[in-house]
Each structure stands twice: as C-alpha cells, then as structure tokens.
Write a protein that binds this ligand. Structure first.
Ligand SMILES: Cc1cc2nc3c(=O)[nH]c(=O)nc-3n(C[C@H](O)[C@H](O)[C@H](O)COP(=O)(O)OP(=O)(O)OC[C@H]3O[C@@H](n4cnc5c(N)ncnc54)[C@H](O)[C@@H]3O)c2cc1C
Length: 270
C-alpha cells in the first residue's frame, strides 16, 4: 500500500469532499458491525480497527473507479450496507477504505408481467419491501433486521427471512446480479428463469461477503401480495414433541410461511 496520505487525497479528489470522510466520528461508526465481540469492544471504548477513509459512491462508475484504484495500489476495501452483519464481515481489519453503498438506493424497474424487480443494492430492505407492496407485490424476504440491512448485505451474506419456508432464502430469489469486480470491470449474470448449461455464477458470488466483488444491482423474483393470511397456534407437552410435530408437518408437504417453536420461557416472553 502506498503512503496513506497520498492515496487518501487521491480518492477524495476522485469523488469530491461530499462523498468521502476522514472524520473521527465516521471512522468510529464504520469500525464495527453487529458482531457480538465487536459490541463488547465498543462497550469498553476499544476501537481496534477502523478505516482510513469512508466513501459514499452514488453510481456504479464511481464504485468501479474506486475498486480499480484500490486494486492497483493494494489498498484494502470493505463494502458496507447497513452494518447489521453479526460475523464481523464489514469490520475493516486491515484499515484502508470502507465503501458505504447506501446512496445507491434506487429501484430501477418493476416488471409486473414477469414478476421481477431490479434495484440498486444500497436500498434498505424495508424500503424495497414497502415500495413493492405499493404495487401489490412482495419480495417475501423478511429478516429480523429488515429495518437496518440492505439488499447488498442480504446478497453478500446469503440472508434468510422469517417467511423463507414459503418464499425461499435470498439465494432462491435472485434472477440476475451486477457485480463490480476488484479490477473495476462489471460482470452481469444472465437474467432468465433457468439455464441448463455451465455453472451458476449467481451462486458463486452469493454469500462471499464482498471478497469477490461488490454487488451494484440485482434482479429479484417477486410475488403478488397474498390475499389472505391465516394464523394457528398449538401446544405440545414438551420441546421434543414440538420438534417432532414440526418435522412431521414439513415432511408431509405442509409448508406454512413461518413455523416457530417456543420453549416455556420464550412463550412467556412472547
Ligand atoms: C437484530 C438483528 C437481526 C438479524 N436478523 C437476521 C435474519 O433474520 N436473517 C439473516 O439472515 N440475518 C439476520 N441478521 C444479520 C444481518 O442483518 C444480515 O447478515 C444482513 O444480510 C446484513 O446486511 P447489511 O446490509 O447490514 O450488511 P453489512 O453488515 O453492512 O455487511 C455484511 C457483509 O456484506 C458485505 N457487503 C455489504 N454490502 C455489500 C455489497 N453491496 N456488495 C458486496 N458485499 C457487500 C460486507 O462487506 C460484509 O462482509 C440480523 C442482524 C441483527 C443485528
């Protein structure tokens, strides 16, 4: 990595001051995600890792330019969505640059006929879902962190939502991805219901936590909003019987959108 003062000022020049920060509060804000160990560091006032620079690109060209620059100067770069990850994947353990994608938050197209949505990946989960609801549609992806996580983060962590028994997990929802590679080039995977030839590049990139590239856009399958919802609860004499009951339900092909088993304490709290 070249002298940090030089590369930082070069990136600031490239993007402009309103899309970059070296301020200490920003460095602290981007020093940890929701990894429990990092939360303990924070409680003690420890910030062992922080970025040297935070950037907020507003379009794909800017993402590519920064990637190309960082790649050729060996500057570590960590993409950032909502920072709600629980495994420390967004922590800049080697310093360098954190790239927050949240300004790339536009829904680009909703195809009601083929039931597809194309969006930039910095969009917050709840905004994406609510926008689809206004069109009578749903993505069907409801992680508990929907209010504080982004589409890009979902893709990068292979997220699963509360209704995944019915709608599937994020990897089941992807039709096509646009990925900015470390070289700054764009890879777009083909959109279509199915391909019978070659490897599925979507599956290769999903869950890679930003190590193979940065998701800039995704095309996802959506569904009409359900017309009815039904709720049912039951009790079992103990947890083992409850588990067996759930197993039998699922193995017999009854797939409720959500199926939850609570023990005595959980039931009390719920
Ligand atoms: C209260 C709470 C509840 C949660 N509930 C669930 C749940 O129900 N289901 C579930 O699956 N998870 C859950 N999580 C974990 C977390 O919300 C998910 O992992 C989520 O997908 C992370 O999204 P994010 O936008 O916050 O990503 P971040 O935390 O910002 O990043 C996560 C990883 O993805 C990378 N990344 C981010 N954006 C991009 C991008 N555009 N391109 C490439 N890489 C990128 C980062 O570098 C990092 O490695 C929960 C977390 C909390 C705190």
């Amino acid at each position: 990595m070249k002298n940090s003062k030089t590369w930082i000022s070069q990136v600031i020049q490239m993007l402009g001051p309103h899309k970059t920060s070296t301020e200490i509060p920003d460095k602290i804000a981007y020093s940890r995600d929701m990894w429990p160990k990092a939360l303990l560091w924070q409680r003690k006032g420890d910030y062992p890792f922080h970025p040297d620079l935070v950037v907020w690109p507003e379009n794909e060209d800017e993402v590519c330019k920064i990637l190309e620059f960082c790649h050729s100067h060996e500057i570590p770069i960590v993409p950032w969505g909502g920072g709600s990850g629980v495994c420390g994947g967004a922590i800049p353990v080697r310093g360098g640059l954190v790239m927050d994608l949240k300004r790339m938050n536009k829904i680009l197209h909703i195809d009601r006929k083929s039931l597809l949505v194309r969006s930039q990946t910095g969009i917050m989960g709840e905004i994406l879902e609510r926008s689809l609801n206004q069109e009578g549609l749903t993505l069907g992806h409801f992680p508990s962190s929907i209010y504080c996580s982004t589409l890009g983060g979902w893709l990068a962590t292979r997220a699963a939502g509360q209704l995944s028994s019915l709608y599937g997990k994020i990897e089941d929802m992807v039709s096509s991805l646009r990925i900015a590679l470390p070289s700054g080039r764009i890879l777009e995977t083909p959109s279509g219901p199915k391909s019978s030839t070659g490897p599925d590049f979507n599956q290769l990139f999903l869950g890679t936590e930003g190590t193979l590239g940065i998701f800039t856009q995704a095309e996802l399958k959506v569904h009409p909003l359900p017309e009815h919802r039904a709720f049912l609860s039951g009790t079992f004499s103990n947890l083992e019987n409850g588990l067996e009951g759930i197993r039998l339900l699922m193995q017999n092909g009854l797939r409720p959108a959500a199926l939850r088993l609570y023990d005595g304490l959980d039931t009390l709290l719920a």
